[in-house]
Design a protein around this ligand. Structure first.
Ligand SMILES: [Zn+2]
Length: 396
């Protein structure tokens, strides 16, 4: 007896353990561009791009996956400080960075963490080597003023991938006693940094993927655009020469973050397709597109793409390859659906008849199946005639 397939028992791999120390639950990132190099030319553009990228990451789904860790929320990006009054040395230690940040706090040049415990000072240098870990491109750490702890990070380039890595690790483990892997102390993004998908596109920004206990995998939270294709009530989909409705569907990866995402602000759509195979019957900028599929010359597959853009410039693209059925394939699928339903509606018909034509939506019945159905139907039909004759005799 074949039953309904049951999903595998859910197994989770909790690589990250909560050691109970502080976390940053709603970070305020304070970017500090250290050195006059950041105030002109290409570095200035890179600095501006980083700020823009980080704002996008904070507003989008990226941080939402962290809500599984003591409900960490998306944060904000404070207006940056461009510090042209000093130049970072070629090599520096964590303690040098801590002194540098302490000096800025003492001088009132950056907001004071004693007034906002969510502050994360993000020092950006153009290159430079950290003596504590010479291979590091970024690091996050903590220090204190008057025995009060502040959190800071350093990145060696205005790079959204390195910055996102350090920011999410500072949020989940600012003082090395928050969320880490118990065996080796490595953090939420470290677990994923050797994977091929360590860096990816999160709503248009390159960011670091990170470990999710809830999903038992590395995630890069993002919105996902999909295309739903209209089928008829027999489950028969696009067919050559026919008209279909295509509908934008928005979701997220991982799916569980979707209800926690803010809606996109006034999203607009743009559909693209190959006009050789697809003729639009409605405007190509709505959430729904009605199309006519080209008449058959040969079997063809064609890609439909939809790009959604919102008011803030967030852009998501979804696409789908579609192979319309030939008119004959569609006609067979519909006819067998019709017969199957008719048979199913007749009381006490042997399941054989119905099952010969498969489930809804049906795969195309083979020639042999149709022949067997024809023979069985002939016998049934002869039987029904005989039955009717006997009934008439009885009534007479
Ligand atoms: Zn790390």
């Amino acid at each position: 007896m074949v039953g309904r397939a049951r999903p595998d028992k859910e197994s989770t791999v909790d690589k990250l353990a909560d050691h109970g120390g502080p976390i940053i639950s709603s970070v305020v990132v304070m970017p500090i561009f250290w050195g006059s190099v950041w105030s002109s030319g290409d570095p200035q553009n890179r600095a501006a791009a980083l700020i823009d990228d980080l704002r996008h990451l904070m507003q989008g789904p990226y941080m939402v996956g962290l809500s599984q860790y003591r409900d960490i929320q998306a944060g904000t990006i404070h207006d940056a400080l461009f510090d042209t009054t000093s130049t970072p040395p070629a090599t520096f230690s964590l303690s040098d960075l801590a002194s540098y940040v302490s000096g800025l706090i003492a001088g009132g040049r950056v907001p004071d963490f004693r007034l906002n415990s969510q502050l994360l000072y993000l020092v950006v240098t153009d290159g430079g080597t950290l003596t504590d870990n010479t291979s590091a491109g970024g690091f996050h750490f903590w220090s204190s003023i008057d025995r009060q702890t502040f959190h800071f990070a350093w990145i060696s380039n205005a790079d959204s991938y390195i910055a996102s890595h350090e920011i999410i690790e500072a949020c989940t483990d600012p003082e090395a006693n928050g969320y880490t892997q118990p065996e080796n102390g490595i953090e939420v993004a470290d677990i994923c940094e050797d994977n091929s998908d360590a860096a990816g596109d999160a709503d248009g920004v390159v960011a670091a993927s990170y470990w999710s206990n809830r999903d038992s995998r590395c995630i890069l939270p993002r919105r996902v655009a999909g295309i739903d294709v209209q089928m008829d009530d027999c489950g028969v989909g696009p067919a050559m020469g026919e008209v279909s409705e295509l509908r934008l569907s928005l979701s997220a990866d991982p799916a569980w973050i979707e209800p926690k995402l803010p809606p996109m602000l006034m999203p607009t759509c743009k559909w693209t397709f190959d006009p050789e195979f697809v003729t639009p019957l409605t405007a190509t900028d709505g959430t729904v597109l009605v199309v006519r599929w080209a008449e058959p010359v040969d079997i063809y597959s064609t890609r439909i793409t939809v790009t959604v853009t919102d008011l803030e410039g967030l852009q998501i693209t979804g696409s789908r390859m579609i192979t319309p059925r030939t008119p004959t394939q569609a006609a067979i699928a519909r006819k067998s659906c019709e017969i199957r339903r008719w048979l199913a509606s007749v009381n006490r018909i042997p399941p054989f008849f119905v099952h010969k034509l498969g489930p809804d939506p049906a795969s195309l019945p083979t020639r042999r199946e149709i022949e067997r159905l024809a023979r069985a139907t002939e016998r049934l039909s002869a039987g029904v005639e005989a039955l009717a004759e006997l009934r008439r005799r009885l009534d007479a």
